[in-house]
Ligand binder design. Sequence first.
Ligand code: TXA
Ligand code: MG
Length: 303
Amino acid sequence: MRAKLLQANEENQLKLAARMLKEGKIVAFPTETVYGLGANTYDEEAVQNIFLAKGRPQDNPLIVHIHSTEQLKEVVEEVTKQAEILIEHFWPGPLTIILKKTEKIPLVVTANLETVAVRMPENHIAQQVLKFSGIPIVAPSANKSGKPSPTHSNHVIQDLGEDIDAIIEGGYTDIGIESTIIDLTSKVPSILRLGKITREEIRLLIGDVHVTTKAENTPKAPGMKYKHYSPKAKVIIIKDQKEIQQDNTSIILQYDNAEAMAKNLFRDFREADQNNYETIYVKEVPKEGIGKAVMQRLQKASQ
Ligand code: TXA
Ligand code: MG
C-alpha cells in the first residue's frame, strides 16, 4: 500500500501529517462526521490531486476546514450577521456555511464559484492537524466517488490506500453522516444538504430557511446533481420485520434509533456489498432530528 498509516494518539504523527499537508501531500483524517481527504487549500496542484485520487468531477467544489474564527477572515470576504449567529451556536461542529470567497481561495477549490463552503470540525484529531499545519485545509469525504463516505480508516484504506500519501487512523467517527450545508449568500438562507444540525434548530436562531437539496432547484449545489451512492444490492425500506421473507441472499439492518442508524449505515452498506447480498432491508427510523437526514440518504440509496 502506498499510504503511510499514522496513529492519532501520537502527537508526533499528527505533526507529521500537518507537515505533509503543508508540503502538498494528500492526507486523510477523521472528523466528527466522516473521514476527510485533506490538502493545502492554497496549493492548486495538491487540490487537483484530490480530484484525481477520488475520481471526482471537476465541477464539484470542496469544503475548506479551519480551526479558528481568525482563520475564517482569510477565507471569506464578509462574515454576515446570520453567519455570526450560526458560528456562535454550532462551531466547532457539523455545520458547513457558504459565504462569498476571498481572492486567496483558488477557483479550483470552489469549482469556479465566487462562494466558498467552510467548516470548523469538532473532532480533536482534525483540530490538532489544522492547528499544527496553520493553513486552511480542503477536505471532501475520503471515499472514491460513487462510494459511501468513510466512517472508519479501514474504509479509506479500501478506497484510496493506493492513491493517497497518508491516513490517520482514528477509529470510528461519531456522527457517521456528512455535515449540514447552508448557503448564506441567498436572500433567504438555504440548506443544500441535511445533516445532524436540523432546519428547525437553524430556524429558531435566524428565522426563515429554505431546504433545496434537489439538483433541479439548486444550480448552486453542484454536488447534488451527481448520482448518490447506492449499494450494489437492492435497498428496500421496511416499517416492520414481519413484512419480509428473509433468505440467505438478503440481510436486515435495524437500529435502536436515528443516531445509531446515522453512525452505522454507511459501514453496513459497505459490508453488505462485500458479502454480496442481493437485497438489503432497512427498518426505517422516525424522520426527526438526525433521522430526517439519514432517512433522506437511505431513500436515495433505495431508488
Ligand atoms: O462532513 C463533511 O462535510 C465532510 C467532512 C470531511 O468535513 N465533507 C464532505 O465533503 O462531505 P464533500 O466534498 O463530500 O461534500 C461537499 C459538498 C458537495 O456536495 C459540494 O457540491 C458542496 O459541498 N459544496 C462545496 N462548496 C460549495 C459551494 N461553494 N456552493 C455550493 N455547494 C458547495
Ligand atoms: Mg462526499
